[in-house]
Design a protein around this ligand. Structure first.
Ligand code: TUI
Length: 314
């Protein structure tokens, strides 16, 4: 049994959070993860206020376990979403793609556990000073919006920078990744890509097939020129976008090229227009399983590895 301060803090069995993936992490996936003993997370980046509220209400009908909501701080209506989450008193909030400092007091007052996702030790420090309960240190192996540092370099530096629990993310898809994250000082993990092929994950067939077919070198980072680097599976679209970044194309045209591409991947499975976000460990995700099977397998493997450490430590 692996249990840490993250379990205590959030009322979960396994110290595992499911990534709040835009357009993907809905009530069904979040509730499945929470029912399986992890912390399911609904993404608030996919709808208007009424839709987000409906998704939270739906999750509450699907599970009596705690779950959280992820706020993409670069997105639209962030002030309204932040206020909604305080009103709904969700168990936990994770944030991404920005500094959540100004919302933390409101969320804490509502009794919410606040866990920002950060790509650097400096932002981790600001968040801890601002009252965050824990930090998710996300390395650039992850899918979606990425920072510069790898999980291997980032996690121990964030652990040294703050005295609140650190959860590792980016490049973790099995028990080996969990064990490694713990060795770096983390007391929990967040996994996104592994849940893309969960049976309860409602994405297009084409998206799941792309993840299942991916190998280690199948992802690419685009969007650096506009300051929003994003990791996705290599497709005709992502290769064309990567090429366009090195041409004379205007920033506006480049920005327009990306509009609607997440939805096109998730909902329509459109191979030509879609941007199929996934992390570098997509190459290790080869099966469709339930969330409960995934979590059970990952923690059984991690426990085995950590117990076996005596093999080389005398
Ligand atoms: O946020 C994520 N992953 C995401 S967000 C997303 S939606 C999107 N759509 C189009 C373009 C860009 C994104 C898909 N995947 N992960 C957490 C994360 N946060 N990774 C990196 C960061 C981050 C980066 C810079 C956090 C803060 C930051 O700067 C903060 C500041 O303002 O000082």
């Amino acid at each position: 049994m692996i249990t840490t301060s993250v379990c205590e803090m959030t009322g979960i069995k396994y110290p595992l959070l499911q990534g709040g993936m835009a357009h993907i992490s809905d009530a069904a996936l979040a509730a499945a993860v929470s029912n399986a003993g992890g912390l399911g997370i609904i993404s608030a980046a996919s709808g208007n206020i009424a839709q987000i509220e409906a998704e939270i209400d739906k999750a509450r009908t699907l599970t009596d376990k705690p779950f959280g909501v992820n706020v993409m701080l670069m997105g639209q209506n962030v002030d309204e979403i932040a206020a909604l989450l305080a009103k709904k008193k969700v168990a936990a909030v994770t944030t991404g793609a920005g500094n959540p400092e100004r919302y933390i007091p409101m969320w804490k007052e509502a009794g919410i556990t606040v866990i920002p996702v950060v790509p650097s030790a400096s932002l981790a420090k600001l968040c801890a000073r601002g009252g965050a309960d824990a930090i998710i240190a996300e390395g650039g192996e992850s899918g979606g919006h990425v920072g510069d540092l790898t999980t291997m370099a980032l996690v121990p530096q964030v652990c040294d920078a703050v005295d609140i629990p650190v959860i590792a993310a980016g490049g973790i898809a099995d028990g080996r990744g969990v064990a490694a994250a713990f060795m770096l000082g983390a007391v929990g993990v967040q996994m996104g890509t592994r849940f893309l092929t969960a049976k309860e994950c409602n994405i297009s067939r084409a998206y799941k097939d792309k993840v299942l077919a991916a190998k280690d070198t199948s992802t690419i980072v685009t969007g650096k020129r506009l300051g929003h680097p994003v990791r996705s599976i290599k497709t005709a679209f992502s290769r064309a976008y990567a090429k366009a970044e090195y041409t004379q194309i205007s920033n506006d045209d480049l920005e327009n090229m990306a509009v609607g591409t997440l939805r096109a991947a998730v909902v329509d499975g459109d191979e030509k227009k879609g941007c199929f976000l996934a992390g570098q460990i997509a190459g290790m995700v080869n099966r469709e399983q339930t969330a409960a099977e995934i979590i059970g397998e990952v923690f059984a493997e991690a426990e085995n590895i950590l117990n076996g450490a005596e093999k080389w430590v005398k």
